[in-house]
Design a protein around this ligand. Structure first.
Ligand code: PSU
Ligand code: MN
Length: 313
């Protein structure tokens, strides 16, 4: 199916603002909804959802928060839609593989990076900002738990601005998997992979970009080279002044992992459990670092989307 037929499909609904921007070739920035529904505590989550959309607009891009409401994939939400994502009880967490079943059963859910990237790319969006990607979990040898974000990004031509992957994951294993899968990764004004709550994870990166125009040049080169589809990950660190204290960080991550094991938390529930643990045991400092990272990603994502739209066609 072409982007055009996807855009006309009655099964997918665009907000009027996003539809108009796509028709006019103006910048649009995709945003995911799992971070709102399952990654941030209420009632702060709704305020953050609204703030991130405003931040995208301030930096020149129309925000397209992606979700599924009553079985209908949405590209861009209105205020009522954002309110449901933030406050509806029992909202599902939808990866890309869940989309057909959600559509068929009329389910509502927030979309993860994999589902958001998939829907956004099909809609003709090329830039997506989020907090952190999913990745390889620390106990991978026993659990085989690797986020569907990685294989999906390996098959999807989209640029994702993130602050790395959360430190609750196995960061070096995640970097190895991105290499194997063919997902391009560049640090934004850094030579090290960001550590989500921390400015650096301590792991070096092979590529660094210093401005949105270089990112757009790489995106153009992806298209010109016409290789296998695959994402470009722009890893944008949280500013040092806004990072979580590294010693506190290491302590609470270790405690959280132990608590999850003790309680027998597995599968999809692990990430939300650990995130809540971090928020609860850092006096909200992890939440503030998380938000600072996401805000920076939305600002940069909007600037990349703007540069992309300016050179399009
Ligand atoms: N990183 C965050 N907050 C989040 C997530 C990642 O800082 O809420 C979400 C994203 O939606 C990501 C998902 O796609 O977690 C990965 O979940 P899983 O590990 O179950 O694939
Ligand atoms: Mn998983």
């Amino acid at each position: 199916m072409t982007q055009q037929s996807f855009r006309c499909s009655p099964a997918v609904r665009y907000s009027p603002e996003v539809r108009a921007a796509l028709d006019d070739g103006r910048p649009v920035l995709a945003l995911e909804s799992t971070i709102i529904a399952h990654g941030l505590p209420r009632p702060r989550n709704l305020a953050v959802a609204l703030e991130l959309e405003e931040l995208a607009r301030e930096h020149g891009a129309v925000p397209a928060t992606v979700a599924v409401l009553d079985g209908q994939p949405r590209i861009g939400l209105d205020r009522a839609g954002l309110d449901r994502i933030a406050n509806q009880d029992g909202l599902r967490k939808l990866a890309q593989r869940d989309l057909p079943l959600a559509v068929a059963t009329g389910a509502s859910g927030a979309t993860t990076v994999s589902a958001t990237a998939f829907l956004a790319a099909r809609a003709g969006l090329r830039v997506f900002a989020t907090g952190g990607l999913g990745g390889v979990h620390r106990d991978w040898v026993t659990s085989q738990d690797e986020s569907a974000d990685l294989p999906l990004l390996a098959r999807t031509r989209i640029t994702v601005v993130c602050a790395g992957v959360k430190s609750i994951l196995d960061v070096p294993a995640t970097l190895e998997r991105m290499e194997t899968l063919g997902i391009a990764v560049a640090g934004y004004r850094t030579d090290e992979f960001p550590g989500f709550y921390l400015t650096s994870s301590g792991h070096p990166l092979g590529w660094r970009v210093d401005d949105p125009h270089t990112v757009v040049a790489a995106m153009r080169a992806q298209d010109a080279l016409d290789g296998p589809p695959g994402a470009l990950v722009v890893a944008n660190p949280v500013p040092p002044a806004q990072q979580l204290d590294p010693a506190l960080h290491d302590q609470v991550v270790a405690d959280g992992l132990a608590a999850a094991e003790l309680k027998g938390i597995t599968g999809q529930a692990v990430t939300p459990f650990l995130l809540a643990h971090l928020v609860g045991h850092t006096g909200s400092a992890s939440l503030e670092a998380n938000l600072a990272a996401v805000r920076g990603n939305v600002r940069l994502g909007a600037r990349i989307a703007t540069a992309w739209a300016a050179t399009d066609r």
